[in-house]
Design a protein around this ligand. Structure first.
Ligand SMILES: N[C@H](CCC[C@H](N)C(=O)O)C(=O)O
Length: 305
């Protein structure tokens, strides 16, 4: 028994959530110690041997004076990233469901800035996703100057795409039909293309008319997901830059619809959509999962991935 107990780490409470089928493990790291190594995250993300999720979302105390929480995001491959739009909506629902706040407007610090979440009466959540970044070095995307559309060589094939950061990097292609788009073949090649030095989320955008579009996204660190909130924002920005979309667009993803608004250069992208809580659970972490407290410290050591 002792041997078995010694090999066991602490219990970790979590909530399983999704935004249009883009699914998350959400952890309150305010009321419980939390630190997971990338390999433990990968194990937990596994849909056969773990909990199964596209991203792990972590709620932490604020690190800045005028924000309510800090929001950390880890992909299924264990990589920590800067932004998750569907996750932001679930974050807002989670902190209210868990009584961590009763605010209607919640300011959240991410790795790349502050986003503002607003919970609506109809259960929808509005997110101010911030101003898109189009300057290549800041995306990051390798290009000698900013363009609305770049041509990229992929194994001898010339691909046209737009490059946009919503805090996280996106490449967006316009396609005739998302159902026949080469998501599985071109997605992974572009995700790791050398012109995206931090890798990228790759969106395949089908324009239906100036206010309706369809989108599939091959996500960095997770593969194709049923929906990508930051990807929908990046896709609308790309469509507007190309003169194909108006400022308010209904984006249909495989998991459902988002409404995205963008008034143009220098203005923030607004996203509205649902956030769903599926179940609450707890799991016994392995002793070496990285969630142990440092000797002598009152707070759990924060993972620096
Ligand atoms: N895979 C993304 C993070 C999750 C984004 C997505 N789930 C969303 O809703 O925005 C990245 O590596 O930047």
């Amino acid at each position: 028994m002792n041997q078995q107990r010694r090999s066991q780490g602490p219990l970790l409470r979590f909530t399983k959530m999704h935004g249009l089928g883009n699914d998350f493990m959400v952890v309150d790291a305010i009321s419980q110690p939390f630190r997971l190594r990338p390999d433990t995250i990968r194990d937990l993300a596994n849909r056969n041997f773990g909990i199964g999720f596209d991203q792990l979302l972590v709620v932490e105390p604020p690190g800045l004076p005028d924000v309510d929480f800090r929001y950390r995001i880890f992909n299924a491959d264990g990589s920590e990233v800067e932004q998750c739009g569907n996750g932001a909506r679930c974050f807002a629902r989670f902190v209210r469901d868990q009584h961590l706040t009763n605010k209607k407007v919640i300011r959240v610090q991410t790795a790349k800035g502050v986003i503002e979440l607003r919970v609506g009466r109809d259960g929808m959540v509005m997110v101010n996703m911030g101003v898109p970044e189009l300057n290549p070095p800041a995306i990051p995307f390798a290009a000698d100057r900013r363009k609305d559309v770049y041509t990229v060589d992929v194994d001898g094939q010339t691909v046209e795409l737009s490059a946009v950061s919503m805090g996280n990097p996106h490449g967006v292609l316009v396609v005739e039909d998302v159902d026949t788009a080469p998501v599985d073949t071109l997605g992974p090649k572009l995700e790791r293309h050398p012109r995206f030095p931090a890798r990228a989320n790759i969106g395949f955008l089908q324009i239906l008319d100036r206010s309706h579009a369809r989108l599939r996204v091959f996500e960095r660190g997770a593969g194709e997901t049923l929906a990508c909130g930051s990807g929908a924002c990046a896709a609308v920005v790309a469509g507007c830059l190309r003169g194909l979309l108006d400022y308010r667009v209904e984006v249909e993803l495989r998991g459902g619809k988002l409404v995205i608004e963008w008034q143009g250069d220098g203005t923030p992208v607004m996203m509205e959509g649902p956030a769903t809580s599926v179940f609450e659970g707890q799991l016994r972490l392995p002793a070496d999962s990285g969630s142990r407290r440092r000797k002598g410290s009152g707070r759990p050591h924060k993972q620096r991935s």
